[in-house]
Ligand binder design. Structure first.
Ligand code: M6R
Length: 615
């Protein structure tokens, strides 16, 4: 939440900052602001509530003088509403210092009380302004921005990435981070800072991830990183695996539409280089194999869509590797005193690699003695750095707030992991492994076919644009798909939607069924468990008998649902465990199209942000 950009170099800060904020806007879009030190040494600030476009219009109407040093911010409001006053940057040292912030300063109230008692008057309701005032004071005391950061960091509790510029220090941007992300972009005669590499990838693909509790100083020609105690830190640059065009809409009406279309590639790229002789061999795990052989239990932690991917993956890992797997929301896991032993493997799943709930749960698990593995889509992110091992999904940058291609890539990575572990544990025969690999490698082609025949779903969504509630049912791996279908509809179309395990229906939710109530049902393949298939068909009849409008997602050739369904959306045949990778697509498209029909912004739904870096 909140995107931050810093720049030093040439006389074009505004162009770099606004371009960076455009690419980071998915992190929050309640307000935006910039601060630039111009050639005359003036500190110029512009900030506005609303999306970045509002700030851009303001800068057109009332231009500020550009310069070679600047910072920019796009906000997801936490402390104080989304107003001009609360927009970042905030000022310290009598307006000579500008500060931007991502995170939450948990002890801000006591610090603010202390400063208020000393006569300081605050211009905003934010926690950030407290840091700006403290930094200004420390700078006046020490005459050194880095010293000031060190002193202030020691006083702050919670999560923060802070960037500051001071009009007495043109050509310098200083940043500090604890529990919130910060990445350096290494340029030629110019350097960049950003919440993630998207902030600067159109200028440079050479990047450095800043570690926990570190301070960075960038000048046009130098980058210096120290820890909070002042010790030098060696940095390891990496090359960003994608270029700026990967994060452009590329002619699509929305990032979400583009990212859905990229799902076949997301799966294919996640599989690439990880299959050898009809078995899953994940090279990144080789060093961990001895450790993996020793585990006796797996806990998957994640939030939102990533947690549903975890739920799907848990069925496969348990079936193939014959090891108990439980799935838990990261924020619940951490606070319930779970039983963790050295033979517990905690797998975190996170597209961004920055979700604070998941990061804190990973740290908690490590401290409690568990081994930790991260499944992540973002290079240089914090969660994989804090884990014993990482398996990257190669879905490419996901910009739309609603997760789509990352979801199928996460399931793919979990399936590869399940097969890798099954091979190590000897729980699957060579033929069984080969059969699973054949199913997995066929998925990109089948996804292409699903994407070629989505017109009926789009039409359905447009017909249903005034629907007030939609229910989703599924069993086994279809259950998390039902949950995901409901989540997509809630977050994009602001429609009440609930996912249920089909077997749970008769324990209460069936009371919701009234004539005309739309219910999506994910029908399992009849070629898997015939019994399970029959049960779902019975569930369909039960809700149909009570007037539900049944929208079935069923595999090609399954005629059993025809007499009872109002609409049938077909997906290609796949072994039952692999069906979720196909069945989720119509539900993603349904939510996107329904939101579009309602005239909503599918890339930036209200109240949300892509990367949830607060707890
Ligand atoms: O970056 P992460 O995968 O950790 O994000 C987890 C959730 O916040 C995310 O999946 C969220 O639920 C999406 N908006 C769903 O579309």
């Amino acid at each position: 939440m909140c995107g931050i950009v810093g720049y030093v170099g040439h006389d074009r800060s505004l162009e770099v900052l606004l371009g960076g904020l455009k690419r980071l806007e998915y992190r929050g879009y309640d307000s935006a602001g910039v601060a630039v030190i111009d050639a005359a040494g003036e500190l110029n600030v512009a900030k506005r509530a609303g999306k970045l476009g509002v700030l851009e219009d303001e800068l057109q109407r009332h231009p500020i003088s550009d310069g070679a040093t600047g910072i920019g911010h796009t906000r997801w409001a936490t402390h104080g509403g989304p107003t001009d006053r609360n927009a970042h940057p905030h000022l310290g040292d009598d307006g000579r210092l500008a500060v931007i912030h991502n995170g939450i300063i948990e002890n801000f109230a006591s610090l603010r009380d202390e400063l208020t008692a000393e006569g300081i008057e605050f211009a905003s309701e934010t926690d950030t302004e407290v840091a700006a005032v403290l930094l200004g004071r420390e700078y006046r005391r020490t005459g050194d921005l880095v010293e000031a950061f060190r002193a202030v960091a020691a006083r702050l509790e919670g999560a923060f990435t802070l960037l500051a510029v001071h009009r007495e220090r043109p050509g310098v941007v200083v940043g500090a981070r604890r529990n919130s992300p910060l990445v350096i972009g290494l340029g030629d005669g110019e350097n960049f800072l950003g919440s993630d590499v998207a902030a600067f990838v159109e200028h440079t693909r050479r990047a450095v991830a800043i570690g926990q509790d570190q301070i960075v100083v960038i000048t046009p020609d130098e980058v210096t990183v120290t820890d909070f105690d002042g010790n030098g830190v060696d940095v390891e640059p990496f090359e960003v695996a994608w270029d700026a065009s990967a994060a452009d809409k590329g002619g699509w009406p929305s990032f979400m539409a583009k990212e859905i279309a990229e799902e076949p590639d997301a799966v294919a790229n996640t599989l690439r280089g990880r299959i050898r002789d009809d078995a899953a061999v994940i090279p990144e795990l080789e060093d961990l194999d001895a450790l993996l052989v020793g585990i006796d239990r797996i806990t998957i932690i994640a939030c939102g869509t990533a947690a549903y991917a975890g739920q799907v993956g848990s069925y496969a890992i348990e079936k193939w590797a014959r090891i108990p797997v439980e799935v838990e929301l990261s924020h619940e896991f951490r606070y319930r005193d779970p039983v963790i032993t050295p033979s517990t493997l905690v797998i975190s799943i996170s597209q961004s690699g920055e979700t604070m709930d998941t990061l804190m749960a990973v740290k908690f698990a490590r401290e409690a003695g568990a081994k930790t593995l991260s499944i992540c889509n973002t290079q240089g992110a914090t969660i994989p750095r804090e884990s014993d091992g990482a398996v990257y999904t190669h879905a490419g940058p996901e910009v739309a707030v609603a997760s789509t291609k990352a979801f199928v890539a996460q399931i793919t990575a979990l399936y590869l992991f399940g097969l890798h572990l099954a091979r190590l544990r000897g729980t699957l025969s060579v033929a069984e492994q080969a059969a699973a690999i054949a199913e997995l490698t066929a998925i990109p082609g089948k996804l292409e076919r699903v994407l070629e025949s989505t017109d009926s779903v789009a039409q359905l969504a447009h017909w249903m644009s005034d629907t007030r509630a939609v229910l989703f049912l599924g069993r086994h791996v279809g259950y998390p798909i039902a949950l995901e279908g409901a989540l997509k509809l809630k977050e994009l179309a602001y429609i009440h939607a609930e996912g249920f395990a089909a077997g749970e229906l008769k324990h209460g939710p069936i009371a919701l069924i009234e004539p005309g109530q739309p219910v999506f049902v994910v029908v399992p393949s009849p070629r898997g468990s015939d019994e399970m298939h029959k049960k779902v068909v019975s569930n369909i009849q039960e809700i149909r008998a009570r007037g539900a409008r049944v929208l079935a997602i069923a595999e090609e050739g399954d005629a059993s649902v025809l007499p009872f369904a109002d609409e049938v959306v077909r997906i290609p045949l796949a072994a039952p465990l692999f069906e979720p990778l196909l069945a989720v697509i119509p539900l993603q498209i349904f939510a996107m199209e329904l939101a579009t029909a309602k005239g909503l912004d599918v890339d930036q739904p209200r109240n949300l942000a892509k990367s949830v870096t607060v707890e």
